[in-house]
Each structure stands twice: as structure tokens, then as C-alpha cells.
Design a protein around this ligand. Structure first.
Ligand code: PEP
Ligand code: MG
Length: 579
């Protein structure tokens, strides 16, 4: 038995066979062939093209019905690229003329084609370069006889092992019944880890060399809480983990009983526990968890794994579906937060993404620069607001000018809808995410102009502590209890209360039971999290007394030594968990 360790990002125990996805950058072989072997080499190239075509058709027939619409057109684009002369016939000429091998000939032409795309100004068309790269990788894999990188046919019950997974990959994995995943890279608040929690499957990231040590089909145990992976475990270990898995299941069943109970503290203070969702299909889990509304709808996931952005109508239908399912409960629709690790193309392209993407043209910055992308979304949200209680939430706000510009665009959109006699809620609430330190520090300047604030601790921690969310080398610095983070949260709560507007938290910290008592004590009464954690948080809420928690939080905020502060929080939790 071999043990590997990483960062557990979604708790639980899974036992199953490993399914290893190979996607390390391929080294393209280059060699010269004797003239007599050229026909055979061309035949090998043509067979690889045929195999690629068959695989793509096969992918198309396996698209799950719950996948975003137009996922099929993504495959059609790949089929068109495959038939492009630069890919399917130019390499044949190069094999004949230079006597090189098929892989090398293909690489030459693919690089030329990719370079042409680099010159294109339009960022959306430029991003299509990734599709070329994906098609070429597939042909190269077939030439080299490497296993297909396919997520659609992962046998159910397997544990996925990969170098890294992008949020777009994880959305596709959502449709497979996988039992968990392990990645060589990644951090606890990367969007991939967040999705793992929403899938309610154990996951461990930053398990260095996992794809090297774990072989396809090998039996493994993953413990998402401890961050450990056991390869080829002995019988005695297997039975111990089966027992632990049973106990976890029993405690989940116990929590299920709280579904009908209200989220009120012992001193009768109601706490709003809301759900974070990525796709309309997630709304079922949110309702099942007894969420009092949607506190964060990450709409950018509608834009992934496809070639064209969703149009106004498609977005409108998606939003209305969620709103209607919520049946009068509030739905906070966050406008597009694309960029950084959330690329429409899955983030596999290396040259399209600039250096420091998290500090670049992301979220509202991208929207304000690409009005053609933003306006259809605003129209769709506003139209959907006629069907229920909708709140519009703007991500990544760092200065008031951005707020004013978004407000102007919303007003302009309202006028257009009025002219077209389309229904919408004129008083739709507009709020912002407080996730950039600048916005937290100046929250008192923002709050009077807004209807609500929501603290996004994932980015707030990333930007305040200067740790890239997706860089496993700096995971160890991730600390929601860092005094700077606690102070920024306190400042935001104070600013919202002074302006008389609601404030919530929708970052991962809100769904981590380690922080529930502290956050309630700091005065938060709205928390939004993945449905999977909601009942555990509710259990703590129901056993809490806000007066006592306020005193506890006051003590924590005054503690100057960070180790002492951690100890204070953990000891307090341990004491109350026993009661
Ligand atoms: C956050 O940053 O805390 C947040 C909720 O947004 P996201 O994780 O989607 O960036
Ligand atoms: Mg964020």
C-alpha cells in the first residue's frame, strides 16, 4: 500500500477504481523517414484523422441532456477544424516534401494556424485557437497511440485522477457518476474545488505526482477531510475505511432531519441560509437543502464548454427556470465573472491568457469593456425579474466608477425594455460583491449607493493575502482567520449596517462550519454556501446564542497572535460541539 497526501477540498471517503486522465503537455517527436516509408506514414496520418472523426461523432452522441445547450456545436466546430486543409491535407505535402514524421508535419501546420489566430483582434474569435489546439492534441494522441482524453465516458463509480481540472472540465464531470477526484495541482478555493463540494464528492488537490503514482484501474481510497490517498490498500485498511464511510453516512442522515427545521438561533434570531449554484440544474439540490433562497448564482458557467456565448433568450430561460423553481424565494444573479481561471475555453490555451489573469480583465471589468457581451445578460436578468424576487449582483467591483457605469447600463436597459413594452421589475435590487480589498476598505463609500453587499471571501483572501487561488505552491498561506481578513469582513458588515442595507457572505468561508459561530458573532445573518454544507451550518445556528457569540467574536478580533486566535476558534467550537 502506498499513501499520498494533498489538500482535502471536499470531505468524505471514497473507495473505488482510479481513472487517470493524461493531459500533460505532449512532446512532439521529430524524425526523418526513408522515402520508401512515406506512403505508409501518410496512411498512418489518414487513419489518425479517421479515428479522430469517429471519436468526435461519438462524443456528440454522448452529450448528456442536462449539459448546456450548444455543447453539440462545440463538437461541430471541432469537426470543421478537422476538415480544414491546414490540418487534414497540408501535413501530407510536408511529409512528402521534407520526409518528416506525421506528428511533426501536423505540428508545423497547427502552429502556423494558431499564429494566425494570435493576430486576430476580437478576443472571442482569438480564443477559438484553443479549439484548434484541442483538435490537434486529439489527432496527436491518436498518432501516438495514447489514451483518449475523454470525460464523457468515464465509467461510473470511478475516482478521477488528473494533472489539473478546469472549472469547464468539472462541469462536464458533473454529468458522470464519479466517486471523487484527485489532482496533482490546484488550491482549496479554486473553482474546481468549489465545484467538487457542490458535487458532494470527496476531492483532494495538490497531490503532487498523483498521475505518476496511480495507475488506471488501481483500487484507491480517498479521504477528502484528511487529504490522504491510499493506493492498493490492504483488506484490514479497506474494512476500517468502509466503517468510517458508514459513520459519515449516518451523520448525514441525522442532518437530513433538520431539513424542515427553521434556521433560528436559541435567542430566536432568524438566520438566512442561502445556496450557491452554478447551473440551473443545481437548483434541485438547493431546494432539497432547505435554502431560503439563492445567494449566489454563478452565471458564467452558462458560457463554458461551448463556442458561442449564450444569447439573451437562452439566458432568460435559464434564469426564469431558477426563479420559478424557487417559488418566491430570492435569487441573487451574479453577472458574468469570466476571466482568470474561469475561461470559456476551459483555460487550456496558454497564450490567450495573459500573465496575472486574476488581476486582469475579469468579471465586471470584462463586461464593461465588452458591452455586447454584457447587455444581453442585463436584458435577460431584467426580463427574468418579472417572474420572482431577483437581485442583481456585480462581481469584482474595485471602485465607484464601475458601480456608476453598471447602474447607467442597467437604467439604459430598463428604458429599452420599457420602449419594447417588455415586463421587468423596476425596483430590482442591485448590489455588489465585496471581494477586492479596495472595496472592503471603502465599503462605507459604496454602501449608501447600493441595495446590498455580499462578501466574497475566496477572492478577498486571494487578493488580500496575495495568494493565487489556483497555485498549489501558496496554498499553505490560505487563512480565513488572518486578522486582515477578519478586519475587512468586520469593516464591510459595519458599513452595510450603517447604510441600513443587508450584508451577506457567499465565499467558501460561509459554508465552513469552523467559522459559522465566529461569523454569526461578528453580526452576519445571511450566509450563502453550497447546498451540501447548509444543514451542518443550520445545526450550529440552531444551537447558538448570538449574545454569547458576539462576546466570543469580540475576543477573537482583539487577539493579536494568530496562533492563539486559531486556538481560540477551535477550542470554542470543540467545547460547543460537545454540548
Ligand atoms: C468569492 O470570490 O468569494 C466568490 C464567491 O466568487 P467566486 O468564487 O465565484 O470567485
Ligand atoms: Mg469571486
Amino acid at each position: 500500500m502506498l499513501a499520498l497526501y494533498g489538500t482535502g477540498v471536499s470531505s468524505g471517503i471514497s473507495i473505488g477504481k482510479a481513472y487517470v486522465i493524461y493531459r500533460d503537455d505532449m512532446d512532439t517527436p521529430e524524425y526523418v523517414l526513408p522515402r520508401g516509408l512515406l506512403d505508409e506514414e501518410i496512411g498512418r496520418f489518414l487513419r489518425a484523422l479517421d479515428k479522430t472523426r469517429t471519436q468526435l461523432h461519438d462524443v456528440k452522441t454522448h452529450i448528456p441532456s442536462s449539459a448546456p445547450q450548444e455543447t453539440g456545436s462545440f463538437i461541430d466546430t471541432h469537426l470543421l477544424i478537422l476538415d480544414d486543409a491546414m490540418i487534414s491535407s497540408a501535413p501530407i505535402g510536408t511529409i512528402r516534401n521534407t520526409q518528416c514524421n506525421a506528428e511533426w508535419a501536423l505540428k508545423q501546420h497547427a502552429d502556423l494556424l494558431a499564429a494566425k489566430f494570435d493576430q486576430i483582434k476580437d478576443p472571442y474569435i482569438r480564443s477559438k485557437k484553443t479549439d484548434i489546439r484541442q483538435v490537434v492534441d486529439r489527432i496527436q494522441r491518436n498518432l501516438l497511440g495514447q489514451p483518449e482524453e475523454a470525460h464523457h465516458d468515464i465509467p461510473s463509480g470511478h475516482i478521477v485522477v488528473a494533472n489539473d481540472l478546469t472549472p469547464a472540465d468539472t462541469v462536464m464531470l458533473k454529468h458522470n457518476r464519479i466517486r471523487g477526484f484527485i489532482t496533482n495541482l490546484g488550491g482549496p478555493i479554486s473553482h474546481t474545488s468549489i465545484l467538487a463540494r457542490s458535487l458532494q464528492i470527496p476531492a483532494i488537490v495538490s497531490v503532487h505526482n498523483a498521475t505518476r503514482y496511480i495507475e488506471n484501474g488501481e483500487e484507491i481510497i480517498i479521504d477528502g477531510k484528511r487529504g490522504s490517498v491510499l493506493i492498493k490498500p490492504e483488506q484490514i485498511v479497506l474494512s476500517e475505511y468502509r466503517k468510517r464511510r458508514r459513520l459519515i453516512k449516518e451523520s448525514h442522515l441525522e442532518l437530513e432531519r433538520l431539513r424542515q427545521s427553521r434556521a433560528v438561533t436559541q435567542d430566536k434570531k432568524p438566520i438566512k441560509l442561502q445556496a450557491n449554484i452554478e447551473l440551473p440544474a443545481d437548483v434541485k439540490g438547493a431546494i432539497h437543502s432547505s435554502a431560503s433562497g439563492i445567494g449566489l448564482y454563478r452565471t458564467e458557467f452558462l458560457y463554458m464548454n461551448r463556442t458561442d456565448p449564450p444569447g439573451e433568450e437562452e439566458q432568460f430561460r435559464a434564469y426564469v427556470k431558477v426563479i420559478k423553481a424557487l417559488n418566491g424565494k430570492p435569487v441573487t444573479i451574479r453577472t458574468l465573472d469570466l476571466g482568470a481561471d474561469k475561461q470559456v475555453d476551459g483555460g487550456h490555451s496558454d497564450s490567450v491568457v495573459p500573465a496575472n489573469p486574476a488581476l486582469g480583465l475579469r468579471a465586471v471589468r470584462l463586461c464593461l469593456q465588452s458591452i455586447d457581451l454584457f447587455k444581453p445578460q442585463l436584458r435577460a436578468i431584467l426580463r427574468a425579474s418579472a417572474y420572482g424576487k431577483v437581485r442583481i449582483m456585480i462581481p469584482m467591483i474595485s471602485c465607484m466608477d464601475e458601480v456608476y457605469r453598471v447602474m447607467d447600463l442597467i437604467e439604459e436597459t430598463k428604458l429599452e425594455l420599457t420602449r419594447k413594452k417588455q415586463k421587468f421589475n423596476r425596483r430590482v435590487a442591485v448590489g455588489v460583491m465585496i471581494e477586492v480589498p479596495a472595496a472592503a476598505i471603502a465599503a462605507d463609500l459604496f454602501a449608501p449607493h447600493l441595495d446590498f453587499l455580499s462578501i466574497g471571501t475566496n477572492d478577498l483572501i486571494q487578493y488580500t493575502l496575495a495568494i493565487d487561488r489556483v497555485n498549489d505552491a501558496v496554498n499553505y498561506l490560505y487563512d480565513p482567520l488572518h486578522p486582515s481578513i477578519l478586519r475587512l469582513i468586520a469593516m464591510t458588515i459595519d458599513a452595510a449596517k450603517a447604510a441600513g442595507i443587508p450584508v451577506s457572505m457567499c465565499g467558501e468561508m460561509a459554508g465552513d462550519i469552523r467559522y459559522t459561530r465566529l461569523l454569526l458573532g461578528m453580526g452576519l445573518d445571511e450566509l450563502s454556501m453550497h447546498p451540501a454544507t447548509l444543514l451542518a451550518v443550520k445545526k450550529i445556528v440552531r444551537n447558538s446564542d448570538t449574545g454569547k457569540l458576539k462576546r466570543f467574536a469580540g475576543k477573537v478580533l482583539k487577539t493579536r497572535d494568530v496562533h492563539e486566535l486559531h486556538g481560540l476558534v477551535d477550542d470554542y467550537n470543540e467545547k460547543l460541539d460537545k454540548v
